[in-house]
Design a protein around this ligand. Structure first.
Ligand code: GLU
Length: 308
């Protein structure tokens, strides 16, 4: 079967080196097998994202020679236009009795006594899952708008990550009931990403290792909704010399600055070096990396980068 990969950026700022590494590896994974690449714009949060930033991101990918086969600024590939599909999936979960309203404020959630997960997120205590209909009605009367959570089973979900190897979580203990729709009505990333990957027939998900913790709950959601889960490939995060993770707010590492300092070939060479495909950074075109690409060469752990 032909591989369908995707790159699914959130257009909330300029891409940084870490986003580019994920984009390059998603592109190589597909191009080395004659597959197809979808570019999905994850603009669920219309307050934090913009069409202009999405356009700039596409220009940055083209500048690097990372062309996609489908997607971009077309409503079918933009999450802000796909609400009807998320509604449908939400409804299926509701019919299975898996959804409940959660009235907890952020402070109440953070005060939860449950342990913190590896990614720093709090495991929800499940407080609102026990509310009676009267208690819910009372909270509504007081003007509280609920978010919506999905009830996680006491089940170990194990997966074989194509880059990091085996990874497993007990959903109830390690993840906890998670939000699939926010109190302002916006669907949450976890639901949207599963629906989109399924409906866009994505077979390979290549993305940063910070999302490895999301893979078990996404695998489970795929199954509950009757889809086949994709294979996951989580790629190393790039760390600044002081150990902090690169983020969009670190403008020193973003595409605005990188495009002034590098040519597309020299920047691709640097990324290929971090990806384990070259012994040292040297100018190269993305397409010249296709025969060199293999997941066996890609580091499993985070990579510390020098100043660009
Ligand atoms: N939209 C997410 C981001 O830009 C990536 C989501 C994913 O690849 O599953 O970080």
């Amino acid at each position: 079967m032909q591989i369908r990969g995707r790159f699914a950026p959130t257009p909330s700022g300029r891409m940084h080196l870490g986003n580019l590494l994920a984009a390059l590896l998603a592109w190589l994974d597909v191009r080395s097998t004659g597959g197809e690449l979808v570019l999905r714009i994850e603009d669920l949060d219309t307050q934090r994202t913009s069409r202009g930033l999405a356009g700039q991101l596409m220009d940055d990918l083209r500048w690097l020679g990372l062309e996609w086969d489908e997607g971009g600024l077309k409503p079918e590939y933009m999450q802000s236009y796909r609400t009807m599909y998320y509604e449908e999936a939400f409804h299926i979960l509701e019919q299975q009795g898996l959804i409940y309203p959660c009235y907890c404020s952020r402070t109440e959630r953070m005060a939860s006594t449950a342990p913190h997960r590896g990614d720093g997120a709090v495991v929800y205590s499940g407080k609102c899952s026990h509310l009676t209909a009267e208690e819910q009605a009372e909270l509504e009367r007081r003007g509280r708008h609920p978010a919506w959570r999905v009830r996680c089973p006491d089940l170990i979900v194990a997966l074989e990550d194509g880059n990091c190897g085996p990874y497993a979580e007990n959903l109830a203990h390690d993840c906890g009931d998670f939000i699939v729709r926010r109190s302002d009505g916006v669907f949450a990333y976890q639901l949207a990403v599963v629906v989109d990957d399924a409906l866009m027939r994505v077979s390979h998900v290549v993305r940063g290792r910070d999302l490895l913790y999301s893979a078990p709950r996404q695998t489970w959601l795929h199954e509950v909704l009757g889809y086949t889960p994709p294979e996951f490939f989580h790629v190393p995060l790039l760390l600044a010399p002081d150990g902090r993770r690169l983020a969009k707010r670190d403008h020193d590492m973003d595409m605005g600055v990188l495009r002034e300092r590098y040519t597309p070939e020299s920047l691709t060479g640097l990324l290929a070096f971090y990806a384990g495909l070259l012994d040292r950074p040297q100018s190269v075109q993305a397409k010249e990396l296709i025969p060199l690409f293999s997941w066996a060469k890609v580091p499993k752990n985070d990579v510390v980068v020098g100043s660009p």
